[in-house]
Ligand binder design. Structure first.
Ligand SMILES: NC(=O)c1ccc[n+]([C@@H]2O[C@H](COP(=O)([O-])OP(=O)(O)OC[C@H]3O[C@@H](n4cnc5c(N)ncnc54)[C@H](OP(=O)(O)O)[C@@H]3O)[C@@H](O)[C@H]2O)c1
Length: 430
């Protein structure tokens, strides 16, 4: 059996576990790859730190670029992270030097994936990034290989475990966002600075990658509409429950139409509604498959390294090909036309003063915009406090409901910015 030589940059949560797996499951992985998988050099900042695997006969460098001085390295596994900087520099130089690259770096791939893949093609090597999307779910392989014969129309799902954990816990324990976030940070489900997760950016990175593969288009990250859960209120979670829905942060990309990360209400009976805690789910809708959904752990050492190892076996055995399923030049230019957006139902919560005539004023505005109401709840009576008027609409355009909400906001009886949340059902996401 010939030897396939590996350099790993980054020995943190994912890197250390990947190295541990390669060294402890050496026989099994090598048999599957058809080559002896041998780590010959690694890089991290702190040389003295215990990493949970034997570094005997493995060179160590503080500077990741030193890995490239090993002419005999076949693949660089980049597990440092960050959209640009040293991670991008290392990947570019590795590809230019004719080395394959495997990475879990979703930020880098969402922003630079096409140029890196082109560079790989020019140098007759490959770059693979299965671990960048929903680690324990082979989300990219399903799309690129399992569903290769489909015209995919929608790809969607729960793409951020931290947000899903927070929303699930707020729903089950009836705690506030701040309480659950603090608990999630203590348990290690959320970073000390949770912005990238709770503002939807991490989920957007994954959706951009999936959309490019699904639609065979060069998706621009800046074209995604991204909002997170920072302003989620337990009030909406409670009202959603009363109306038979649960609240999730969804990523939804529709061919030639839109790609967004948004809080959404989904009927409690839908499969996605039962995906709780830190789990992820990816749902595909296309022709001829109709719909397919995959649920699993999206992050953590085990699930993420599992995806890195799958890429490693593909690359070493020669199975790995174009990361997006075709050469980058064969990807079409992204087409986004909001006019193609289908009509949908919405949830609207309005905090109003408890005065006669308020309901009729709001009803009149809805009537003027030809919006019809599917259900309504009014409660929350408290001394001089707001009364909440909560309604769901029948299907309408986003533009129409947003215009109506702007008009409603101007009423002297409306005490706060109304909360507008789209409602998705299985017909919408797969
Ligand atoms: N963690 C997850 O669950 C997960 C899931 C999916 C994807 N990912 C992606 O996987 C990648 C790695 O994530 P991680 O959680 O494993 O990160 P991490 O625990 O923070 O590890 C980063 C590693 O990179 C090393 N490093 C950082 N800056 C460096 C520099 N300038 N030069 C040399 N080494 C440097 C660190 O060295 P020291 O250890 O010496 O500090 C550390 O070993 C990221 O792209 C991330 O988005 C992670």
């Amino acid at each position: 059996m010939s030897v396939f030589q590996i350099g790993i940059a980054g020995l943190g949560v994912v890197g250390a576990e990947t190295a541990r797996q390669i060294t402890t499951s050496y026989d099994m992985l090598s048999r599957r790859a058809g080559k002896k998988l041998k780590i010959i050099a690694v890089s991290a900042r702190d040389e003295g730190k215990e990493r949970g695997f034997s570094r005997d006969n493995i060179a160590f460098y503080k500077d990741p670029l030193k890995l490239l001085e090993h002419d005999d390295i076949d693949v660089i596994i980049e597990l440092i992270g960050g959209e640009g900087g040293i991670a991008l520099d290392l990947c570019q130089r590795a590809l230019e030097a004719g080395k394959h690259v495997i990475t879990a770096n979703k930020a880098m791939i969402a922003h630079h994936g096409f140029s890196l893949s082109e560079l790989a093609e020019e140098n007759n090597v490959t770059i693979q990034f299965e671990a960048a999307v929903a680690g324990g779910i082979p989300a990219i392989k399903i799309l690129r290989e399992g569903l290769a014969g489909n015209q995919i129309d929608t790809v969607s799902g729960i793409l951020n475990g931290t947000c899903n954990y927070i929303l699930s816990k707020m729903t089950s324990a009836k705690n506030t966002f701040e309480e659950v976030l603090e608990e999630a940070q203590k348990k290690g489900f959320a970073e000390a600075d949770p912005s990238v997760d709770i503002d939807g950016v991490d989920a957007a990175h994954k959706l951009a990658i999936l959309s490019a593969i699904a639609f065979k288009q060069q998706i621009k990250f800046s074209s995604l509409s991204v909002s997170g859960i920072r302003h989620v209120s337990d009030i909406d979670i409670n009202f959603a429950g009363k109306l038979g829905f649960c609240l999730k942060l969804l990523g939804i990309a529709k061919r030639d139409c839109s790609a967004e990360i948004t809080m959404a209400l989904i009927p409690s009976k839908e499969q996605l509604a039962s995906v709780n805690g830190a789990l992820n789910a990816v749902s595909y809708r296309g022709v001829p498959v109709e719909s397919s959904i995959c649920i699993g752990p999206g992050a953590g050492a085990g699930p993420t390294s599992s995806a890195v190892l799958a890429d490693l076996i593909d690359v070493a055995s020669g199975l790995a090909n174009f990361a997006y399923g075709c050469p980058v030049k064969a990807l079409s230019v992204q087409k986004l036309d909001e006019h193609n957006l289908p009509k949908q139902c919405f949830y609207l919560r309005i905090a109003v003063t408890d005065k006669p005539g308020v309901l009729s004023e709001i009803s009149a505005i809805l009537r003027d915009y030809k919006l019809s109401v599917a259900s309504m709840i009014q409660n929350g009576q408290s001394d001089n406090g707001p009364v909440f008027l909560v309604l769901t609409t029948h299907k309408c355009t986003k533009k129409t409901i947003e215009a109506a909400v702007s008009k409603i906001s101007l009423s002297e009886h409306v005490l706060d910015s109304p909360m507008l949340i789209p409602i998705y059902d299985s017909g919408s996401f797969g």
